[in-house]
Design a protein around this ligand. Sequence first.
Ligand SMILES: Nc1nc2c(ncn2[C@@H]2O[C@H](COP(=O)(O)OP(=O)(O)OP(=O)(O)O)[C@@H](O)[C@H]2O)c(=O)[nH]1
Ligand SMILES: [Mg+2]
Length: 328
Amino acid sequence: MPANLTPQYLEAEARFKQAKTTQEKIKALEVMMAIIPKHKGTEKLRGQLKSRMAKLKEELQRKPTLGRAEQAFTIKREGSAQVVLLGLPNSGKSALFSKVTHAFSEVADYPFTTQKPVPGMMKFENLQIQLVDSPPIQLDHIEPGLSNLIRNAEALLLIVDLTEDPIFQMEILLEVLKEMKIRVVGKGTAAPLEVGWASLKALLLGNKCDVRNAMEGYRALEARFRETFPILPISAKEGMNFEDLKKEVYQILGIIRVYTKVPGGEPDLEEPVVLKKGGTVGEVALSIHKDFAAKLRYAKIWGSGKFDGQMVKRDYRVNEGDVIELHI
Ligand SMILES: Nc1nc2c(ncn2[C@@H]2O[C@H](COP(=O)(O)OP(=O)(O)OP(=O)(O)O)[C@@H](O)[C@H]2O)c(=O)[nH]1
Ligand SMILES: [Mg+2]
């Protein structure tokens, strides 16, 4: 007997696949279990969902046995995305972090100042993006927990000091990431991953561009990496290029913002619904409430449609800035 899964179910399943943390997986699975059609054809699948849920809950129970060091490296995601700052000692990670987030992380002229990850929020237009400052990368020692911290994030900022052989620093960063089985993707899309590997988008930042001769380092860095990474020169100290930095971070995250409104009302442009590029009307509804997604009949759309207020179905792919009126 065919399962005849509904689009709502498939959306919830897509969420499940995208979920990164155990908690997120449980949440998505709950939705799947609630809306899966209950008939003979889905019996086996329902059984599988149930045992998957049991395993996830068990996993959650087990979590507190993580080592202390690893616990310190577990940062709860807040805002629209989590972005981790990585770099060698003294490259200026904490200086940048403190300036853009206004959260506190000690800055000092000696290396290994930062010993634990520190979260803070960076405002970009109407979004809050979480940045995580991290301890420095070294060739001979990888902090336990760092790999997980990175894998749970959406993107990386690779920070190099332009006054200290930036190409060499970047090579070390890439080497250490490779050891952790983390592939960084700058420009373009990468080939499929091998089992056990993770892939993250990354932006390369050449810091301390306020220092004399730093731009020489930048030009060398650019010549070497411009084909593979988006690169920006910045000065954490002087706040140079911060606007471009925020825009680039938004770009590499691959997310879009849409706005919902009620019939006859105005959209709240301060409260975007954030989706992955390619997200659908159905996903917009799901992000509001699972019942909403289940009952959705159609939507009206302003922005990317052929005309204002055009009627679209749940599988319609929304675009950045669209205003959507959901009808149930
Ligand atoms: N001139 C200049 N100095 C900077 C800049 N950013 C950071 N610094 C200096 O570089 C030193 C290291 O800065 P931190 O922000 O502590 O570097 P970090 O990468 O967090 O260092 P660790 O925590 O040890 O890994 C400090 O003396 C900062 O004042 C910059 O843009 N320009
Ligand atoms: Mg630091």
